[in-house]
Write a protein that binds this ligand. Sequence first.
Ligand code: NFE
Ligand code: MG
Length: 575
Amino acid sequence: MAKRVVVDPITRIEGHLRIEVLPENGYIKDAYSSAQMWRGIEVILQGRNPNDAWFFTQRICGVCTTVHAIASVRSVENALQLEIPYNAQMIRNIIIAAHALHDHIVHFYHLSALDWVDVVSALKADPQKTARLAQSISDWKLNGASVFKAVQEKLKKFVESGQLGPFANGYWGHPAMKLPPEVNLLAVTHYLQALDYQRKADMAIAIVGGKNPHIQNLAVGGVGTAVNPDNIATLNMERLYYIKQLLEEVREFVHKVYLPDVLAIASFYPEWLEYGKGIDNYLAVPDLPQDTKGESFDLPGGTILKGDLSTVKPIKSFNDPYFIENVREDISRAWYKGNWMKHPWEEETVPYYTDMPGGYLDTDGKYSWSKAPRFKVNGKYVPTQVGPLAQVLIGYALGHKLTRKYVDKALSELSSLARTSVGVSALQSTPGRHLARAIRAQILSDLAIKQWEQLVDNIGKGDLEICNHPTYPKGEIRGCGFHEAPRGALSHRCVIENGKIKNYQCVVPSTWNAGPRDSKGQRGPYEASLIGNPIADPERPLEVLRTVHSFDPCIACAVHMVDPEGKEIVKVKAL
Ligand code: NFE
Ligand code: MG
């Protein structure tokens, strides 16, 4: 067997992910992705009141904090065919948008930029030159030479003290690092500023949601956020205007800092636009519903096959059978008992750990706690990539106006910075996933304010409704709730019998992307995207991190099962 390079754990992600790659002549020939942790929620929901499910599912993750709450209430509402009041829809939409903005900013600056940015090289930069460069790409207010100089001095003290803090253990000086010192200083400075702006997005969520992480204000049927413009104890005009101010500040940061930085960094790595495509079937679900039933949306969803934009097929409503009927999960290569592929409503989940022979993944058998979701198209079950790239490509293909506007603008700016023509197909790559996420952040930052305006207009008309209370019928009902989470298409499926949960399954973005092979040997998106990537130094596999990080992995989300007996399954050392 060829020698494998093992990266375990992949750091700067949520959870425990192991990647094994087979290098050959400086490139990756094959790859395996393994979720190395097992925890969860689905099983403990059995027998409980569906009204409570969202409290539990929200604890699946502390990163995508709100998303499992939103998907959960939507799944129960779908089972009941319960409409929610317009105010509740807009309040949820503001939370969804603000949360994604926080998440995308953190992902780019704090979790992945340092794969491309050499912090130590920033010490060699000329702050004046950095300011000239920064001002040539953006009129951001904090791009003055004195700002860059202050950061450089702070960084110098860090390095001299030997206490690099969050910048310790990076691959500084790696031959694959290509940015000039000035671009490195620019990025490090914005890394620090980004801490403030992600917090502003979080504050907006906390004001509406009661707390953050893990909002308190949802209910099956709407929200529990009392609305009254004149009452100091409720969501009133003062609170609403504070939220608007925060959303506007975040919007400015996204447009003037985040997107320009992604373009500037990507322009120095044009060769990477050839790497990291992998699975080119794409799935996104529509979101930001604009009516009480979920029949029209501000963000489009659908599918694209084999990277061909002309194959786009939309998902049109919360009841669209195209999505509800065509999702399956395969466990033939995952540590669960059996060898089946089933619709989530029909699944049962019994853990079955088969170990790692010789300390490596069992590449002939089961090797991950993540299941392998598949989407049925033309009678075949295919692996499908989800995430901002999927959403942006689908929006572009469907002619979604904001997506068209920001994709065309970004690609024309990237083409002039990189002095080469960069088309939409280049988005299907490792840096393309970062660019798509920044473009999605632009779109969402505009739409967040639109949702706010619609909410305030509606309250202004005297409508203060926030919840339609559910009643559960006798017998069995089934629901599917979906949400386009920061990492992509998320869906929760519930089976409710006599008002109690009988089965509950979450099919999560990071499960779609991080999942293992299936019974046909089809690789998952992480695995496929690594093939053909360069690997300059197998001892320091920076390129593996670049491609895997571009998906924004979250393993807590991907593997959310608990052992019903509470047995210890694996020992995990804290880092
Ligand atoms: Ni834990 Fe999550 C998101 C969900 S995972 S981060 O976004 O759902 O993919
Ligand atoms: Mg699941």
